[in-house]
Ligand binder design. Structure first.
Ligand code: ADP
Ligand code: ASP
Ligand code: MG
Length: 420
C-alpha cells in the first residue's frame, strides 16, 4: 500500500464528463489499496476567464482581491470531483488551502508555501476517504487567501507529497510526459523517460510549462519521486529523478521557448559607478523581476547601453519607470520590444562538451534569425530572438541536436523481424 499524490491539470478536469473519468481513474488506485490524495486545478480556461473579469474592474487589480477571485476556480473542481467519487459509492472529502492548512507568505498572486498541516488529511485517509485538495491556493498568517502563481497546482501537489512523505507524486496532464520540446509545436518531439531535477528546473524556468518550476524545486529539495504522465492514456510518462539515476548520455535534453518576456534598452547611459543601481532600484521597488541583463562596453564617449528583459506583463510599467530614470541620469533614450522570445537549449551533457553554443548560433544564422541577447549557464544556452521566428527556431534546433523520435520501423524491417 502506497501513499500517492495525484494532480490533474485544467484540461483533465475541463468538463463534468472529464471529472467523472478522473474519479474513475483515481478509484482504480484506491481499489488497489493505495491511499490517494488528489490535487486539482480549475477547469481549463477558468483562471484566464476570472483574470479577464478582474481587469474589467480595475486597470491594475488589487492583488488580495485577485486571490479571492482566482481561488474560486479550484473550489469548483474539488467539490464536483468529491461529488463524483461519492456518486460512485466511495467516501470523499474536499478541502481548500486554508482548511488543510497550506500556510504561505503574504505575497498575493505569487505566494510561497511555508508549511502544510497534514493531520487532517491523514485522518480522512485512514477513514477510507479520497481526499481532494484545491491546487494553487493557500492562506497567509492573517487568514487571507493567497495563490501561488500560474501553474501553481503542480507546486501544491509536490509540496503535499513532500509533507506527507508520499511514495510518489504523479502529475497528470494533456501530454504523455516531458518531451524534448513542446510536442504541440514540434511533431518530432520525443518523450523523455527520465530527466534530472536540475535539467527539469532549467526547462521549467525557460518556458516548458509542463511543470511549474517551484514544484521541481520542492521535488529536488525533498527528494520526491515525480512522475509526469497523461490523464488520457495508461502510458508510462517521464520520471524526474536525481542525475545519477539517468542512464542516457545526452548532451542536449531539450529545447524550450518563453514568449512571456519583453526586452528593454536604455541607451547613452553615463558609464559611472552607481548607474546600474539607479536604473534597477525603481524597477525592483515596483516588484518587477529582471531576467537577462547585458551592459555594453563603454563606446568611447564615456557612455554605455544597458539591455535587459522583464516579464511581458511588466513591459509598459517598466518603460514608464525607465522614462523617469533616463531623465534623472541623463541617458539618451529608451526603446524596447514586447514581441520577443527567449529560446534555450538545456542539457547536463553541455558541462563536458564544447562547441554547443557555436552550433546553436550557426543553426539560428542558417535560418536567417537574428540573436539580440545571449546568456549561458553550466547546462543551458539562451538566445533572445524575434517572436515570429519561435516555431522555426524550435524545430531547427531540435533537428540540429538530434532530439527527434527514433525512426519508426519500416515495412521491410517488420518483414525481416516479424516478432518486432
Ligand atoms: P496542465 O493544465 O495539466 O497543468 P499545462 O498546460 O500547464 O497542463 O502543461 C502542459 C503543456 O505544456 C502541454 O500541453 C505542452 O504544450 C506544454 N509543454 C511545453 N513544453 C513542454 C515539454 N518540453 N514537454 C511537454 N509539454 C510541454
Ligand atoms: N488554475 C491555475 C492556473 O491556471 C493553477 C494551475 O492550473 O496550476 O494557472
Ligand atoms: Mg500546468
Amino acid at each position: 500500500m502506497a501513499i500517492i499524490v495525484q494532480k490533474f491539470g485544467g484540461t483533465s478536469v475541463g468538463s463534468p464528463q472529464k471529472i467523472k473519468a478522473v474519479a474513475d481513474r483515481v478509484l482504480r488506485y484506491k481499489n488497489e489499496g493505495h491511499k490517494v490524495v488528489v490535487v486539482l486545478s480549475a477547469m481549463s480556461g477558468e483562471t484566464n476567464r476570472l483574470t479577464d473579469l478582474a481587469f474589467q474592474m480595475q486597470a491594475r487589480p488589487d492583488t488580495r482581491e485577485m486571490d479571492m477571485l482566482l481561488s474560486t476556480g479550484e473550489q469548483v473542481t474539488v467539490a464536483l470531483f468529491s461529488m463524483a467519487i461519492k456518486e460512485a459509492g466511495h467516501n470523499a472529502i474536499s478541502f481548500l488551502g486554508d482548511q488543510v492548512k497550506i500556510l504561505t507568505d503574504s505575497t498575493h498572486t505569487k505566494a510561497r508555501i511555508q508549511s502544510i498541516d497534514t493531520e487532517k488529511i491523514f485522518k480522512y485517509l485512514d477513514e477510507g476517504c479520497v481526499v481532494t485538495v484545491a491546487g494553487f491556493q493557500g492562506v497567509d498568517g492573517v487568514g487571507d487567501i493567497t495563490t501561488l502563481g500560474r501553474g501553481g497546482s503542480d507546486t501544491t501537489a509536490v509540496a503535499l507529497a513532500a509533507a506527507m512523505k508520499a511514495d510518489v507524486c504523479e502529475i497528470f496532464t494533456d501530454v504523455e510526459g516531458v518531451y524534448t520540446t513542446d510536442p504541440n509545436i514540434c511533431a518530432k518531439a520525443r518523450k523523455i523517460d527520465r530527466i534530472s531535477y536540475d535539467e527539469m528546473l532549467e526547462l521549467a524556468s525557460l518556458g516548458a510549462k509542463v511543470l511549474d518550476i517551484r514544484s521541481v524545486a520542492f521535488a529536488k529539495r525533498y527528494n520526491v519521486p515525480l512522475h509526469v504522465r497523461s490523464t488520457f492514456t495508461e502510458t508510462e510518462g517521464t520520471w524526474v529523478v536525481e542525475e545519477d539515476k539517468i542512464m542516457e548520455d545526452v548532451i542536449v535534453s531539450g529545447v524550450t521557448y518563453n514568449k512571456n518576456e519583453a526586452r528593454v534598452t536604455i541607451c547613452g547611459v553615463p558609464d559611472q559607478p552607481g548607474i546600474a543601481a539607479k536604473i534597477f532600484s525603481p524597477i525592483s521597488d515596483a516588484d518587477i523581476n529582471v531576467d537577462m541583463i547585458i551592459q555594453n562596453q563603454d563606446t568611447g564617449a564615456g557612455l554605455t547601453d544597458m539591455t535587459f528583459t522583464v516579464m511581458r506583463i511588466d513591459y509598459v510599467r517598466t518603460m514608464e519607470l525607465l522614462k523617469g530614470v533616463a531623465k534623472e541620469i541623463g541617458a539618451k533614450g529608451i526603446y524596447g520590444s514586447d514581441s520577443i522570445t527567449k529560446i534555450s537549449i538545456v542539457g547536463v551533457g553541455m558541462r563536458n562538451h564544447s562547441g554547443i553554443a557555436t552550433t546553436m548560433f550557426n543553426v539560428l544564422a542558417n535560418e536567417g534569425i537574428n540573436i539580440s541577447m545571449i546568456s549561458t549557464s553550466e547546462i543551458k544556452i539562451s538566445c533572445v530572438i524575434a517572436e515570429k521566428y519561435t516555431e522555426l527556431a524550435v524545430r531547427a534546433l531540435h533537428d540540429a541536436f538530434v532530439l527527434e523520435k527514433p525512426d519508426l520501423p519500416s515495412e521491410a524491417y517488420e518483414l525481416d523481424n516479424p516478432k518486432k
